[in-house]
Write a protein that binds this ligand. Structure first.
Ligand code: SF4
Length: 148
């Protein structure tokens, strides 16, 4: 079973009330078993919401509010949800396909905390948790670039 960032499937769960629909991801997942999650909404944040970025080990939104707890809770809940779904289907979690650069779902590169669009090396909160649990992660970029 695959885990996928919900916004990639076209659901409006992004901070600005929009989505990050990626047709190639939808095509890739056709006839495959998957569960979609939005860790930020699982953490109780609203949609739309103020954008947030990782500043060292904290997650701070553009209004200066510390939303670290919500991001961490959302990551834990999303993984739990995926595990329960996998158990229910009698499957293993093979891979997660997550949204590049996001403070939750980014893998390898994330926004640098300056809200300027600049990137730095690192993983989002959810991806960090997935990796700690030995779940391989790629972003939609690898699917689009056909690097699988
Ligand atoms: S990148 Fe992750 S947390 Fe952000 S909207 Fe998409 S699924 Fe939700």
């Amino acid at each position: 079973m695959y885990i996928v960032s919900r916004c990639l499937l076209g659901e409006n769960c992004k901070y600005n009330g929009m989505n990050n629909y990626e047709e190639q991801v939808v095509i890739f997942l056709k006839n495959k078993s998957y569960v979609s999650v939005c860790p930020e909404m699982e953490g109780g944040l609203s949609c739309p919401r103020s954008p947030a970025e990782l500043v060292e080990d904290r997650v701070i939104d553009r209004d200066g509010l510390d939303v670290t707890k919500e991001f961490h809770q959302g990551a834990v809940r999303s993984l739990k949800l995926a595990r329960e779904m996998a158990l229910c289907r009698g499957e293993d979690i093979e891979l997660a396909i997550t949204k590049a650069n996001s403070p939750s779902c980014g893998c390898g590169q994330i926004y640098d905390g300056s809200f300027s669009g600049r990137l730095r090396q690192g993983d989002g909160c959810f991806v960090r948790l997935l990796k700690e649990n030995n779940i391989p992660v790629i972003t939609e970029k690898e699917i689009v670039d056909d690097k699988l």
